[in-house]
Design a protein around this ligand. Structure first.
Ligand code: PGA
Length: 230
């Protein structure tokens, strides 16, 4: 089964950087490649008519209106965006996003048939105190009664951009926990310090359907190695 591999460029890049990235990225895999540029470059990516799915890094919880700095699900649709990350820990932290707002975003995307990628993940003290299961239960609460397929990004906060990665059995356990609460048909991507050396083992895990790649996606050759490792 093909996996979902997302390049989350975060707030990095410029037109020249991305043009070079496109020429250096060679993909021979059958996996689904999603590119998530900063929102101001979504249209630039869209106009390139690339062979990869365009993914947004966030969306407004509102339909439209006086919400300065926001972009809505209809605007994403207008640009040809097919999927959208929501609830990323950096957005939760910087924009004070809460679970109920993330659920609103989820619904707005569903209404426009854009695939939401719902990010969740525990801080370090939760893992150290063996409370991961309760934490995941709470963070996914609003999705427990959803029968449709949902894509979750499991991204432990302490693993994002730190070079630290959970043990393979911890990743597998977290994925099983999400499925226990939300249903077996859910897809789980892993994110947090994925790179060319650790990707193969992580993507081999039975419960893992793909990866969210931050830092390592800025290097097109390394991102290609990750995309081709499974
Ligand atoms: P990282 O980021 O790969 O740089 O840890 C992953 C993410 O935040 O999606």
């Amino acid at each position: 089964m093909s996996k979902i591999i997302i390049a989350n460029f975060k707030a990095n890049g410029c037109k020249d950087f991305f043009n070079n990235w496109f020429s250096d990225f060679k993909n021979d895999s059958q996996n689904q490649i999603l590119l998530a540029p900063p929102s101001v470059y979504l249209d630039f990516f869209s106009q390139k008519k690339l062979n990869f799915e365009l993914c947004s890094q966030n969306v407004s919880e509102f339909e439209e209106g006086p919400f300065t700095s926001q972009h809505t699900a209809s605007m994403l649709l207008d640009l040809g965006v097919k999927s959208c990350i929501i609830g990323h820990s950096e957005s939760r932290k910087l924009l004070n996003e809460e679970d109920h707002q993330i659920f609103e975003k989820f619904q707005k995307l569903n209404n426009k048939k854009i695939r939401p990628i719902v990010c969740i993940g525990e801080p370090l003290e939760i893992r150290e105190n063996n409370k991961v299961k309760d934490y995941i239960k709470k963070q996914t609460e609003k999705f427990h009664d959803f029968e449709e397929e949902i894509i979750f990004g499991y991204e432990p906060l302490w693993a994002i951009g730190t070079g630290k990665v959970p043990k393979l059995d911890e990743i597998e356990e977290a994925a099983k926990t999400i499925k226990e609460f939300c249903g077996e048909n859910k897809k789980i991507l892993y994110g947090g310090s994925i790179n060319r050396s650790n990707c193969r083992d992580i993507l081999k895990l039975k419960e893992i359907d793909g990866a969210l790649v931050g830092g390592a996606s800025l290097n097109p050759k390394e991102f290609a190695m990750i995309a081709q490792s499974c």
